[in-house]
Design a protein around this ligand. Structure first.
Ligand SMILES: C[S@@+](CC[C@H](N)C(=O)[O-])C[C@H]1O[C@@H](n2cnc3c(N)ncnc32)[C@H](O)[C@@H]1O
Length: 313
């Protein structure tokens, strides 16, 4: 099924992931099976259907290596017909606390935390995170897509807050290097390339990951990761966070899973995951994407162990 009826006669180039009635039934049955949320073996690599604020109360303590999530921002948005309403910053902060505080019990002492947000909600997110964690950084990434505004600057960026539970944490700097085309290929006095290599006709340099990302494309209809979720995050963006801040076999929690990007990328990168989503349609889409990931583990923009500039690979 596609939520948007106009998508039913989609063009062959439109790769948006949809569910057949048979898939809907299959995933629905699976999602409605009874699960003991306190049993780690039962919840590992599962998508849990329900309200994360209730479910996290029952999850096992000190089991999570990485909390990576993209909660509703403080703006009015419809998720599969359910409205999340914009409110004032005090109420939004109370809502953030209602799940961040109980999640602290679930985190290992060397765990990392990433919370996606945008400029209007960012100060609330930072304020609440400061009460529980060590704030390490704020990543800003450029969204190519975005509506022009008549009386304001077009909003073309989003934030991701990076925190840790303690000062002991994983950071795999080498795993998230960016491969860039070299415009001015300097040579050493001996005539050797200075920090670049030649590949075919092109010259490239591997650069250290910074907190400003301009190499991300937001999923759109001709990308094979695209779904109808209104705020789907790019797999490339989630892959950077997972590779930098976890190791194979680690357990990643996303309590606002949406269309399943965190779980799908975790599966592609040999990490374990627990995803929670309250909308059945999105939870079903997540299961389909995870199944697809078992057959195709490619991540657009990530090849040969490094990330490529936008539209280069
Ligand atoms: C911003 S979206 C996440 C999108 C996701 N990153 C992706 O790539 O598809 C937030 C999601 O949280 C879900 N949600 C909101 N409140 C929830 C709750 N209390 N428990 C579980 N899911 C919730 C919404 O249905 C929505 O799909």
């Amino acid at each position: 099924m596609l939520l948007n009826n106009t998508m039913q006669n989609k063009s062959p180039r439109n790769k948006t992931i949809a569910l057949s009635p048979t898939e809907e039934k299959k995933w629905s049955r699976l999602l409605k099976e009874k699960i003991d949320y306190s049993n780690l073996e039962q919840i590992k690599n599962k998508v849990l259907l329900g309200d994360s604020i209730k479910i996290i109360q029952n999850l096992p303590s000190e089991s999570i290596d990485l909390l990576l999530t993209d909660p509703p921002y403080n703006m009015t948005k419809y998720y599969a017909g359910t409205r999340f309403s914009k409110t004032n910053s005090i109420e939004y902060e109370t809502w953030l606390r209602s799940w961040i505080e109980p999640i602290t019990r679930l985190l290992k002492t060397n765990a990392s935390i990433y919370i996606c947000t945008e400029w209007q909600s960012s100060s609330s997110v930072e304020k609440v995170l400061r009460d529980y964690f060590f704030i390490q950084n704020r990543i800003t990434w450029e969204r190519e897509k975005g509506r022009a505004a008549k009386q304001n600057w077009k909003n073309a960026s989003e934030d991701i807050w990076f925190c840790t539970v303690s000062k002991d944490y994983t950071f795999n700097n080498q795993a998230v290097q960016l491969k860039k085309k070299v415009i001015a290929p300097y040579k050493t006095a001996e005539g050797k390339p200075k920090d670049w290599q030649k590949e075919g006709d092109q010259k490239y340099r591997l650069t250290a990951p910074s907190n400003l990302w301009t190499d991300i494309s937001v999923p759109f209809w001709s990308m094979k990761e695209n779904t109808e979720h209104p705020t789907q995050k790019p797999e490339k963006l989630i892959a950077k966070l997972i590779l930098a801040s976890s190791n194979p076999g680690d357990l990643i929690l996303d309590p606002f899973l949406g269309s399943g990007t965190t779980a799908t990328v975790a599966h592609k990168l040999n990490r374990n995951y627990i995803g929670i989503e309250k909308e059945l349609y999105y939870a079903q889409l997540s299961l389909k994407r995870i199944e697809m990931a078992s057959k195709d583990s490619q991540i657009q923009g990530f090849r040969d162990g490094c990330f490529w500039e936008r539209n280069s690979k």
